[in-house]
Design a protein around this ligand. Sequence first.
Ligand code: DGY
Length: 341
Amino acid sequence: MKPRVVIARRVFPAVIERLQTRFDVDANDADEVWPQAQLIQRLQGATGVLITSGERIDAPLLAACPALRAVCSMAVGHDNIDIAACSARGVLVSNAPGVLTETTADFGFALMMAAARRIGEAERFLRRGEWSRWGVDLFAGGDVHGSTLGVLGMGRIGQALARRGALGFGMAVRYHNRSRLPADMEAALGGARWVSLNDLLRQADHLVIVVPYSPSTHHLIGEAELGQMKSTATLTHIARGGVVDDAALAAALREGRIAAAALDVFEGEPAVHADLLALPNVVLTPHMASASAATRLAMAHLAADNLLAALGGPGGGSQAGQPPPTALNAAERVAHGKQVI
Ligand code: DGY
């Protein structure tokens, strides 16, 4: 009998077909997140699950699903997974880094430019039929080229943004990150320079947030931080809802304390703070930074690679029998002495 795995969200048929070669697959064919009780019920007897950033894998779920051995996410962010609880039960966790880096950086850059050059506002104006004449300062925004890019969180995506800014747009790159990059990497990013968070806020013309969400980054950007930014600055957020205090951001935008923002992620999404929805100077998109067709397919295939490697058994396709390519807790599971895969 094949092991049972669950695919918790609608994914691509090619990915389901691959998994069906080794598993009995129970796939959600709807674009709905199953309520937690339903997820737990579907996971009964399942040894693996392919998830997105929308499903919550926590200690109560793990206790209720004792057969579970692998949780493989097609997202890079993993704040929805209690990795320590998974490790304690010998459950492998994987995410999907790397495959979405360039696509996400493209989108972050596009959002930053849209905010700086007021593209959303201008398009809505035109569609409303309000464009009657050219005007010397009609939708005059801030320049991107030659300005200072501030990157908060210098991981893969932050570096890809910095490369675009420095090498493509002649921007001076400042960044803040827990650890500083080696000098040769800073040089390759056009002379990117590490600065304190306060200096980053004060110096950036365009601040882009790519730091992962965790209790320590909750509301990392709130009223006090926004208050340090230039009144002409923009803020672009493509990380995770909760890193920015959305209510404080809306107030700063409304009062002209910063010029504009562009947001792909929100606290409590898919709900969006009503104050943000009411503002003209913010571009709002529905958590889609990694959404190119090719990248979303690659993300789902990478999650499947991890499931096959973890649970597919020997001889079960190219990944089976190999270490899961992007495991997050391989060492911890060994340390807990419960590595059963
Ligand atoms: C990710 O991969 O983390 C993206 O934000 C999609 O959830």
